[in-house]
Design a protein around this ligand. Sequence first.
Ligand code: PHE
Length: 456
Amino acid sequence: MVQNREVWGSKFGFILAAAGSAVGLGNIWKFPYIAGENGGAAFVFVYLICIAIIGFPVLIAEILIGRTTQKNPVGAFTALSHNKFWISIGFLGVLAGFLILSFYSVIGGWTIGYVIETLKGSISSFNDPAEAGELFNALVGNVGWNIGFHTIFFALVMFIVIRGVQGGIERASKIMMPILVFILVILIIRGVTLKGASAGVMFLWVPDWSKITAESILIALGHAFFTLSLGMGAMMTYGSYMSKKDNVVTSSAQIVTLDTLIALMAGLAIFTAVFASGLDPAAGPGLIFQTLPAVFSSMTGGTFFSLLFFLLLAIAALTSAISLLEVVVAYFVDEQKWNRKGAVIIFGGITYLLGIPSALSFNVMSGVTFFDLNFFDLIDFIASNILLPFGGLMIAVFAGWVWSRTEMMAAAKEGAERLFETYPWFEGIWLMFLKFIAPVLIALVLLNKLGFSITG
Ligand code: PHE
């Protein structure tokens, strides 16, 4: 069976697919608005540290577990431990894939919807964000609009994943990722050449340390997981199609660098434009859908840039969504011996249905709450704030404490012999971060997210 399992066509294809998974709504929608809400540069600094000391070491471990076992998360933990507890961690990953994809597709649908609205000319005639907000509320308040675009987005995800690892995921990433970077560069050029753009650059560059609180540190840490697609087996699954000739450490470094650069570039493009128009950088989740359309309305060529921007967002969302579905599909293909097409249709279909109450959370179900959260926020909270950090913690603990040191290091060195010889200190540092630093810091985030404040 292992011989027939799919593989990436090239190392470059793997990097683009994994970077495609990492670069998503997290980078272009969420990162700018949480940076905006938490004071800009100082928050960015903390986020960069979290990525370096937790994201990077855990990413290496996660990809390595996948590559060594050539399995989905459940199969991978079964192969390495045969222990029920660890196998159930694999199942939690598959569950997180279901949950995240169900609501991610709703926002993915909005991005396509905004491409269409831009084409219809409705995005570039606002006088202020409040007007743009009215359109936003009208659109997401409309059941047909919401479910319609959720359906279109999901159909695209299924269409790509059905075509397999090389012919679907890798091919789509190779086409879409360069377009994404190209669009982003155009938007940055537009942003920094606007009058008054320098205030936006300063906002991202000059830190105001008084803005750093325990809460913002925890937000940065939690986001480090989400943005790197860590903690639920997406990177494990992508790693499982990777060749043993390739270097896991440098590949992980490239993925982290691309993801971080793209988040910073998106921040630059957005904040230069927001500051140039004198708007509020701390507008929250509506920054992209309400503040930016007002910005586009005030700039020459606004319709064109709006079209590029929402296209960028749709592409980023799509290459992440396919990695979420792939985790679920890989489990049913590897462990339950389903064929790919059947697994995509049945489990994609179930995930799509689970997305419907999320789509309805913005209209007919907005009054239905669980622990004060609507359905959308509840699923987001369980998946992003509990399952991902918990999964990341478990991956760090597994690699740091459970997996036999000799076996793990032999696996890590395959394809990376030179690196470990040239930098002999790297091994010790990586292990120290996996064993101590990452687990302690992640445990703090988790406790805080669950409501135990560490600041008292
Ligand atoms: N990394 C993606 C983003 O930033 C989200 C994601 C999380 C994708 C977990 C896959 C797994 O939008």
